[in-house]
Design a protein around this ligand. Structure first.
Ligand code: C2E
Ligand code: CA
Ligand code: CA
Length: 875
């Protein structure tokens, strides 16, 4: 405004001094012209200055972006290597990083922080202090580090004061490595320190010839809203030209003003005023003013060119080329570096769009053009990478970044930077190749491992999961709604023994197929032992489980053909489906239920339930106590006398086991014998009873008691003992003094050879064989008589009713007759009354045993009994 007033004053003077009308008119015209020109000049000058500053800012921006991206790109290669080798040590890390440092960059060091603690570093020298830095504990770096981890993004922090001295921008790249389950886990951070001073220098920020003042805003890449970290506050407040520096995840804002601030007057103001004064005196004034103005404008451009010449120098050092494209004419301005990159003469001549497009690799050109067009349509920012084919056929990789802007005439333009990243790309390709190699190696290892695991977890015969697999499966299975079926083949051993192992294997294959076919697709079927299988199912109720068990049992009892042999076997199943127990316990419970199914007759299933549970607890207690009782010799023999039916003299005693329980007193066999059988200790009991009996037998004869013979009960198990005969031989038993009572049921099963062999040898030792409980079992009389026993012992159940039933009497009579005809003695047990005794005597029975004459009693009581001969009085 002041300038305009001043002009008007001078012009008015001129008008009054000349004081003629045409001149006045000319002055008015001139005055209007002058005002217009002055304003125009200011506007043009202002715009020129801003455009000049913006131009320089854009160059700096492009170089900052190019440098930072280039640096981080290098580090990305290292990250790829870590992903494939997460356990790499310092040596490998350093050798890979050393490769990176061969490239021109502003990297000052790279570090690796597995689990957020720095333990890998390159170069180590000078950066030792950083080792051991725990990001979680470092107040200044913690937030940025955790942000990188939690948001899974690379961040550019800084400027940061380094622990080892100096300042840097730190790019932090979170590294995630794939896990076996298909997901990934956080490995840690790779950090790259970009040297601030070198970055600024390479980007032309600290160039002493730079004639703009620059401020950078947005510490930690927080953008225009962030903290200023370069340049003074005055710049930001003085209406600066701004541009955005695009960073990986975030940005900075760059603000700039001319050095020393914006000019208050256009540089050419005084000249212009003088000219206008002159023009006022001359008629040609408007023309001269216009001519002069044009000159000024030219001068401004010359100045601009001089400035860019300096920037040229800086750019030359960095290798980054700068280009500008007029989006209306498509004319391109390439600086010398771009020309070098494109193998064009550095003649400063304008280029066309075709110069660019034709240099691009045919495979990349369509994409490169598309990317450029898109950036233009969106008015910025442009970022691309493509290959160039040089005239000599070599291929180079270049990266380009650019921004959209309008110059002072409003012409839309793209201004950008371009640099050669061939070595980067090659390094990356190498890393990718290495990575693929190690991935394929990993894959091989994986399949090998899977094969080994499969073998370890599967049964080789049926291909089903094995016991180990089951255990692992159960350890990881949810407790609720899991049910377990424990299957055990019946009579499998028999097939194996009679038809051989090949037949056994074929039956197992058959069984596994039957089970698999009946189980649902999601059920887990395993073979956990010789002929044992397990089915684990989820979410099935008791009815469904029972139906499944029924189906399997039904199908398993169908005969199977093996090389012309009809093989028959069956399966017993224990089911545990109780909720609230862990999976391991489930297996134990199913096992107990299976045991119950077997003992209840096979080819059936049983559920584990509360009742079974408490019975098991009781049995378990008894079992524990029996084992303790055996150690403490609590099992003793009681003796029941046997009498000659005619003379009523004692002809023998039967030894019967009793448990002298420390708390419960004398217990009879029905309390403990079943559990003892389960524990497989009946043989032991039999043996102590025999030993005690022999001991007492000797003592009685020393006492002058004439007891001709002792009988002991021998269990089926004892007869299966291959060392039985050897043990008996050592006892040096006198012939005819000991009788073994064998229950009829022993002879029900097909006698195996060992039992027959034992019986033969027992007889050879002079021990009598007696068939106990005769008439109750279903063994054929023929098979029993084949044994040629010394005596038959008619069971109590047959003896008791003879007093009331003639039919029963006839039955007993015919047994006695069979015995007589074969020369086998006949004993009657359960002789409870004298009536019994009389009838049996009349029927021809040889020996009587029962409460009518004497109950089982301990050794001392028996001695007194036998001495007293009291029974003769009652008879
Ligand atoms: P058992 O061999 O049939 O023995 C006869 C059982 O009948 C004995 O029962 C005996 O006390 C009982 N008894 C004898 N006279 C009469 C009578 O007039 N009326 C009645 N109601 N019962 C009479 P106990 O001692 O309870 O033995 C039961 C079973 O336990 C025995 O039956 C025998 O099979 C077995 N047992 C006993 N001791 C041993 C042993 O040391 N080893 C083996 N393996 N089994 C034994
Ligand atoms: Ca007996
Ligand atoms: Ca009996």
């Amino acid at each position: 405004m002041t300038a305009t007033n001043f002009n008007i004053g001078r012009i008015r003077q001129a008008v009054f001094s000349s004081a003629n009308v045409p001149a006045a008119i000319a002055f008015v015209v001139l005055l209007i012209c002058a005002i217009f020109v002055d304003q125009q000049n200011k506007r043009v000058s202002d715009q020129l200055t801003r455009a000049d500053v913006l131009y320089k800012v854009n160059i700096i921006r492009a170089k900052l972006e190019g440098n930072i991206n280039g640096n981080l790109q290098l580090v990305q290669g290292l990250v790829s290597a870590i992903v494939t080798e997460p356990y790499m040590g310092q040596q490998r890390f350093a050798s890979l990083a050393a490769n990176l440092f061969k490239q021109k960059s502003q990297l000052r060091n790279v570090g690796g922080a597995p689990d957020l603690v720095i333990s890998l570093m390159y170069p180590m020298e000078g950066n030792e202090k950083a080792i051991g830095l725990d990001y979680r504990k470092n107040e200044a770096q913690r937030i940025a580090a955790l942000r990188a981890r939690d948001q899974r993004i690379s961040v550019l922090a800084g400027p940061v004061d380094l622990r080892q001295g100096g300042r840097a921008f730190i790019g932090r790249i979170p590294v995630f490595v794939p896990t076996a389950g298909g997901g990934d886990r956080f490995w840690g951070l790779v950090s790259a320190a970009i040297d601030i001073d070198r970055l600024y220098a390479a980007s032309g920020l600290t160039d002493p010839d730079l004639d703009i003042d620059v401020a950078l805003i947005g510490k930690d890449a927080l953008g225009g809203g962030g903290q200023r970290f370069f340049g003074s506050d005055g710049i930001v407040k003085n209406n600066p030209v701004t541009a955005k520096v695009q960073l990986p995840f975030g940005s900075w804002q760059i603000s700039a003003i001319p050095k020393g601030g914006w000019p208050t007057l256009p540089k050419n103001e005084r000249v212009l005023q003088a000219l206008m004064g002159l023009a006022a005196a001359l008629v040609v004034l408007p023309i001269l003013v216009a001519g002069r103005l044009f000159g000024e404008r030219q001068k401004n451009y010359a100045e601009l060119r001089r400035l860019s010449g300096r920037l040229e120098l800086a750019l030359e050092a960095s290798g980054i080329g700068v280009w500008e494209q007029d989006l209306i004419t498509d004319e391109l301005l390439w600086d010398d570096r771009v020309n070098e990159i494109y193998s064009k003469p550095t003649d400063g001549k304008p280029r066309g769009y075709d110069d660019w497009a034709q240099a691009i690799h045919p495979e990349d050109v369509a994409r490169a053009q598309r990317e450029f067009d898109l950036a233009v349509a969106a008015k910025g920012p442009y970022s691309s990478q493509y290959r160039l084919v040089r005239p000599d056929g070599t291929v180079r990789h270049v990266r380009a970044r650019a921004s959209y802007f309008q110059d002072s005439d409003g012409t839309p333009k793209m201004i950008g930077a371009e640099w050669d990243v061939t070595s980067d790309v090659l390094l990356n390709e190498n890393l990718v190749r290495e990575r693929q190699l190690s991935e394929s190696k990993n894959a091989e290892l994986k399949t090998a491992k899977a094969r080994i695991e499969h073998v370890a977890l599967h049964d080789s015969l049926t291909g089903l999961p094995n016991r180990r697999y089951l255990d692992e499966m159960l350890a990881n299975s949810p407790e609720h709604s899991t049910a377990l079926l424990h299957l055990d083949l019946d009579r499998f051993k028999h097939i194996n023994d009679t038809l051989g192992h090949a037949a056994g294997d074929a039956m197992l294959m058959h069984a596994s197929k039957v089970i698999k076919a009946n189980a649902a697709a999601g059920d887990f079927v395993a073979r956990i032992g010789g002929d044992e299988f397990v089915v684990v199912c989820q979410g099935r109720d008791d009815n469904e489980l029972a139906a499944l068990a029924d189906r399997i049992i039904e199908e398993m009892r169908q005969p199977v053909d093996y090389k012309g042999h009809q093989c028959r076997f069956g399966v017993s199943i224990g089911i545990a489906a109780l909720s609230g127990v862990d999976a391991k316990q489930l297996l134990v419970n199913a096992d107990l239920a299976l045991y119950r199914a077997k003992s209840r007759g096979r080819n059936r299933y049983e559920f584990f339930n509360e009742e079974l549970q408490s019975e098991i607890v009781r049995t378990k207690q008894t079992a524990d106590e029996i084992l303790g009782g055996l150690e403490r010799n609590e099992f003793i023999a009681y003796y029941q006398p046997q009498f000659d039916a005619k003379t009523l003299e004692i002809v023998g005693v039967e030894a019967l086991s009793r448990w002298r329980h420390p708390r419960r007193g004398i217990l009879s066999p029905d309390i403990f014998l079943k559990v003892a059988e389960e524990l497989n200790v009946v043989s032991l009991i039999d043996r102590t009873i025999l030993e005690q009996t022999l001991e007492n037998f000797r003592r009685w004869s020393l006492d002058g008691l004439n007891i001709p013979r002792v009988s002991v009960n021998v269990s089926a198990r004892r007869l299966e003992d291959k060392d039985l005969v050897l043990g008996l031989r050592k006892l040096a038993i006198k012939e005819g003094t000991v009788s073994f009572e064998l229950v009829e049921s022993i002879f029900l099963d097909d006698n195996d050879d060992l039992v027959s062999w034992n019986i033969e040898h027992i007889k050879e030792l002079g021990i009598d064989i007696e068939i106990d409980d005769f008439g109750t079992g279903h063994a054929s009389v023929v098979s029993l008589l084949k044994l040629q026993p010394r005596r038959l012992k008619i069971d109590r159940q047959l003896v008791t009713p003879i007093t009331g039933s003639t039919a029963q009497r006839r039955l007993v009579s015919s047994i006695i007759e069979i015995g007589k005809s074969l020369g086998i003695g006949v004993v009657a047990e359960g002789v409870e009354t004298m009536e019994h005794a009389r009838i049996l005597k009349e029927l021809g029975c040889d020996i009587l045993q029962g409460y009518a004459f004497g109950r089982p009693m301990d050794a001392e009581s028996f001695r007194i009994f036998a001495t007293s001969r009291k029974w003769l009085a009652t008879a």
